[in-house]
Design a protein around this ligand. Structure first.
Ligand SMILES: Cc1cc2nc3c(=O)[nH]c(=O)nc-3n(C[C@H](O)[C@H](O)[C@H](O)COP(=O)(O)O)c2cc1C
Length: 161
């Protein structure tokens, strides 16, 4: 018998992760959401993987536009993470946020620690989520410290423990 939702949440909350904002473009419309379930998936070809809820507007736009941006957040960008996760701010998430378009046209955050510009190459069903696989067409890497997430709290990387 499968585990229940509380067990799942408690176990997965103990997996410390970085935080990304996944962005999408379809025509003139842009959108994005906070995502911790991101991973590199393949080196050759270079693929990135995002676990995106089927109910999310961003997920729908990724499928419609055929591309997505991965923006790895830095320390100090907690408010951005909360804003891109909140339904209250859903249609004002990009207000005051500088973006630029790379090859695919997905909006990339100018002040992120890392940008990955991805062309959607596969979508796999995974229960209430979709696994969106993108070929990475361009990267930007900037100096700085990553924003981390563990058991519902933000934190920073501690070197040499
Ligand atoms: C720390 C954090 C991590 C999250 N990780 C994911 C994730 O990996 N996948 C996902 O689909 N939603 C994730 N969410 C939830 C979405 O950000 C949230 O549901 C958002 O409102 C969806 O917006 P949309 O429907 O406008 O796309 C996360 C939220 C937070 C605060």
């Amino acid at each position: 018998m499968a585990i229940n939702a509380d067990e799942f949440k408690a176990a997965l909350a103990s997996w410390a992760s970085g935080i990304t904002i996944i962005t999408a473009r379809a025509g003139e419309r842009i959108h994005g959401m906070t995502v911790s379930d991101f991973s590199g998936a393949s080196l050759a070809p270079p693929l990135a993987l995002v676990c995106a809820a089927k109910t999310s507007n961003t997920t729908a736009m990724i499928q419609e536009g055929g591309c997505f941006g991965v923006n790895v957040l830095r320390v100090g960008q907690q408010a951005l993470s909360n804003r891109f996760a909140s339904k209250k701010d859903e249609w004002t998430r990009f207000e005051g946020v500088e973006t630029f378009a790379a090859k695919t046209g997905a909006p990339l955050l100018a002040d992120a620690l890392v940008n990955l510009d991805c062309r959607l190459v596969a979508v796999h069903d995974a229960g209430d989520h979709l696994l969106c696989v993108g070929e990475i067409e361009q990267v930007n890497i900037r100096d700085g410290e990553p924003l981390l997430y563990f058991r519902g709290s933000y934190g920073r990387f501690l070197k040499d423990v």
